[in-house]
Design a binder for this molecule. Structure first.
Ligand code: CO
Length: 296
């Protein structure tokens, strides 16, 4: 990997780690979603990065893709609170997540994800088969008495691309890809006491540019342009649009754009059996001694 590129990955990873730890410190029963995500995103910028996606705040049986809405009265309640933070520096990404137990009696579920992640990270060397890492994650979580979530995966990272290369499953799926020196992956084992699967819910708060399409409304054109230029085709939050787009027309414009596949939707994901979910995540560069960019 080019030395300049490596430095950018390191910088993005360090900022993501600092913002993650800062955000964790804000997680208390009764604190608003809005406060946690706004402050964590502000911290990313203060440290010299840009969010690579909206800060995700997903509680209990919500697995991912929850964040604050435009107006959002929700506050943090007891349970397993997951904070997922993505940062890019000139397009190079650090992606990391942690779970905080807010008076939950399910803290050992967090340990199951952490143990799975630790073991997986050690294996991220050139020549390792992805399926061998996946089965280690699966085994570690199952041995702890939980189920890995089979339709939430880690993912490859490339410049301005959050879903590069291949998916990195948390269960053995026979993925034959052999890791190569310099590959960058975000690994994120999810554990649950439910069935081990998530499904889309009704709510969508996060979107991403998919393709240029014609839309009648001025707001629609403006949003698509922002998705491409301001957000670099990376995921963005509905609440990020309100400074430039009239609130009254926001929902209609987003509806038109998703209907025509100009935007991709990321619905809030919920465990199919209502099980609670824990998640931890780090970004790692594949080497003889794997380099974890999001550990401080
Ligand atoms: Co990720």
């Amino acid at each position: 990997m080019d030395e300049k590129v490596l430095e950018k990955y390191r910088e993005a990873g360090k900022i993501a780690a600092k913002a993650r730890d800062f955000g964790k410190g804000l997680i208390k029963e009764g604190t608003s979603y809005k406060k946690v995500v706004d402050k964590t995103e502000a911290k990313i910028r203060e440290l010299g990065g840009e969010p690579a996606f909206p800060v995700n705040l997903s509680i209990n049986d919500i697995g991912a893709h929850d964040t604050a809405d435009v107006k959002d009265e929700r506050t943090i309640k007891r349970g397993l609170v997951k904070l997922d933070v993505g940062v890019h520096v000139s397009g190079y990404i650090g992606d990391t997540a942690a779970t905080v137990s807010v008076d939950s009696d399910k803290g050992d579920m967090i340990k199951a994800s952490e143990d799975a992640l630790e073991r997986a990270l050690e294996m991220m060397k050139p020549g390792t088969r992805v399926s061998d890492v996946s089965s280690e994650i699966e085994k570690t979580i199952k041995d702890a008495g939980y189920n890995p979530i089979r339709n939430l995966t880690g993912h490859g990272l490339e410049k301005f691309n959050l879903h590069a290369k291949i998916e990195f499953p948390n269960v053995e799926t026979g993925t034959d890809y052999k890791l190569e020196e310099g590959d960058v992956f975000a690994l994120e084992p999810f554990a649950t006491d439910g069935a081990g699967k998530v499904k889309d819910s009704e709510r969508t708060l996060i979107y991403m540019w998919e393709k240029d399409v014609g839309v009648r409304s001025r707001e629609g054109r403006k949003i698509l342009n922002m998705a491409k230029k301001d957000f670099h085709k990376l995921p963005f939050a509905k609440r990020w649009l309100t400074q430039k787009v009239s609130m009254l027309r926001l929902n209609m414009a987003l509806g038109q754009l998703t209907e025509r596949n100009g935007l991709h939707e990321y619905p809030v994901l919920r465990e199919v059996d209502g099980g609670d979910i824990s998640q931890v995540e780090h970004t790692v560069i594949v080497k003889e001694k794997p380099e974890i960019t999001t550990k401080l």
